[in-house]
Structures are given as structure tokens and as C-alpha cells.
Design a protein around this ligand. Structure first.
Ligand SMILES: Nc1ncnc2c1ncn2[C@@H]1O[C@H](COP(=O)(O)OP(=O)(O)OP(=O)(O)O)[C@@H](O)[C@H]1O
Ligand SMILES: [Mg+2]
Length: 147
């Protein structure tokens, strides 16, 4: 599925819409250049899941966790991690926790380790426009049907 976003606001709104298809244990990988709109998308997504606080980029902290009722959103950024350090991430803790939904910026780095994920690739069309390509691996094909 390909969607064009014409503004920061629209990318947030697309994140909010996308949140409606998410279930506990889902893993969403976000791929695309610096400034592509990944964190912007997560702001809308977290809002859609009911998070009222501020979502900040996890670029420096690696992980930020947002608690909403019984769900935890793991917002992860792998930009600074090389392949070797990837194995030091506690996948069990962050990705396979039964009450969590994980959103991973620079998440394409995890593809080889996962058999089930949603993935969104962001690319620049111009200063204000972004192309979002949404796909999945290992889920029922209907998962993206209601977007
Ligand atoms: N259509 C758009 N969608 C998303 N962001 C946009 C758009 N147009 C302009 N922008 C701007 O681009 C920047 C996107 O930054 P954001 O932090 O979301 O990117 P990122 O992909 O998370 O980058 P990084 O890899 O550094 O974490 C913001 O300053 C935002 O206002
Ligand atoms: Mg970011």
C-alpha cells in the first residue's frame, strides 16, 4: 500500500489511523532517511493508542516506553546500533512481551531476526511530501485491509 503525505500534520494523522489495526505483540518497523517522518508518525500512532503524554525521539536513549492502561508501547530507535550490538538488545524483554506493541525506527535492521512484522518505508518526495509504503510479513493478508 502506498500513501503520499503532504505535511507533518498528515503524517501524524496517518500514524493515528495506522494505530487502529495494531494488536498487542505487534512489531512495526519504520525505515527511511533522517528526517523522513518516522518519529512524527509515532507521535500520531501513540496518540491513537491513547497515550496523552509527549513522544520524544528515542535516538539517544534507544528505547522509550509509554504505558497506556495495560499496553506498553516500546518506541525504539536503532540508528546508532551496528549489527554486532543488535544481538545485545533483549528481544524477549522488548519485542515479545505479551502486553507490548513495539515501533522500531531504523527497524529494517531487525528484519533478519523476525518472521512477523509490519513495515513502513518513508521516502522524500520534496521538503513537505513523503511517500509511505506499508507492507507486512507473516501476518494475515487482511491485517492491512482496513487502512
Ligand atoms: N510530510 C511530512 N511528514 C513528516 N514530516 C515532515 C513532513 N514534511 C515535513 N516534515 C518535517 O520533517 C521532519 C521529520 O522528522 P522526524 O523526526 O519525524 O524524522 P525521523 O524519520 O524520525 O528522523 P530520524 O531518522 O532522525 O529519527 C520534521 O521536522 C517534520 O516537521
Ligand atoms: Mg526519529
Amino acid at each position: 500500500m502506498i500513501i503520499t503525505s503532504k505535511s507533518t500534520f498528515q503524517t501524524r494523522s496517518l500514524g493515528k489511523d495506522f494505530s487502529t489495526i495494531l494488536k498487542k505483540r505487534d512489531i512495526v518497523l519504520l525505515e527511511g532517511q533522517l528526517g523522513g517522518g518516522k518519529t512524527t508518525f509515532v507521535k500520531g500512532l501513540a496518540k491513537g493508542l491513547g497515550y496523552k503524554g509527549e513522544v520524544l525521539s528515542p535516538s539517544y536513549t534507544l528505547v522509550r516506553r509509554y504505558k497506556i492502561n495495560k499496553i506498553v508501547i516500546n518506541h525504539i530507535d536503532l540508528y546508532r546500533l551496528d549489527k554486532k550490538s543488535l544481538s545485545s538488545i533483549d528481544m524477549e524483554e522488548y519485542l515479545y512481551n505479551e502486553n507490548s506493541i513495539s515501533i522500531v525506527e531504523w527497524g529494517q535492521k531487525l528484519k533478519p531476526y523476525l518472521d512477523k512484522y509490519l513495515i513502513i518505508k518513508f521516502s522524500f518526495l520534496n521538503m513537505e511530501k513523503r511517500k509511505l509504503v506499508i507492507s507486512q510479513k507473516g501476518h494475515n493478508k487482511n491485517k492491512l485491509k482496513n487502512l
